[in-house]
Write a protein that binds this ligand. Sequence first.
Ligand SMILES: C[S@@+](CC[C@H](N)C(=O)[O-])C[C@H]1O[C@@H](n2cnc3c(N)ncnc32)[C@H](O)[C@@H]1O
Length: 211
Amino acid sequence: MTADQARRDRWRRYWDKHSASYDRQMRFFDRVLFGDSRAWVCSQATGDTLEVGIGTGLNLPLYPAGITLTGIDISPAMLKIAADRARQLGREAGLREADAHNLPFPSTTFDTVVSTFSLCAIPDHQRAIAEIHRVLRPGGLLLLADHIAGSAPAVRAAQRLLETVTIPTGGEHFLRRPLDQARAEGFTIERQERFKLGIVERIAARKPAPP
Ligand SMILES: C[S@@+](CC[C@H](N)C(=O)[O-])C[C@H]1O[C@@H](n2cnc3c(N)ncnc32)[C@H](O)[C@@H]1O
């Protein structure tokens, strides 16, 4: 087994195990921290849309009716809850098990890629953003919301301390800033909002189309 496979298996088991309690925990953070970020992200999706790390599908009710949705995640148990939710909502969604580090789609497949609160949990978020860039069509939109490193040194110090526990036990990172990786990958940031002591950020970033 390669190191990549071992890592994937470990976090798959982790998310499978936590799938049943995920919605209750996440609803709490949505209420106190993330506000309307899910609606902010999903309302901007158009056309062929991929959600990376779709989890239990909490975003499913928030997408516009006209899009074609594909969702990937490494956890079959999270995906099962997402599939049940899609069925209850009467929403078509192509859900499949896949790793964000190696997206199983040809280049330039999607008009929109969405990721909410997953880049903090995906081991190599830079590689995931490079993959997202690859599968987006030129002119396509990347829509992200996540918790990131706070604006103030005291907040970041607390997050650094928190990470000493959360990274080994849950793969959860608190000091990332996906905006920097998106810029480095060549995306143009079109909209950016940051709030709650700078801990929450949401962005809309465009993959430039050739002139
Ligand atoms: C905090 S949850 C977020 C779920 C969902 N995006 C949401 O907004 O509620 C993180 C999700 O990322 C998934 N994940 C972690 N590593 C992954 C990887 N390498 N590839 C795909 N999904 C991954 C987990 O299985 C989990 O469902």
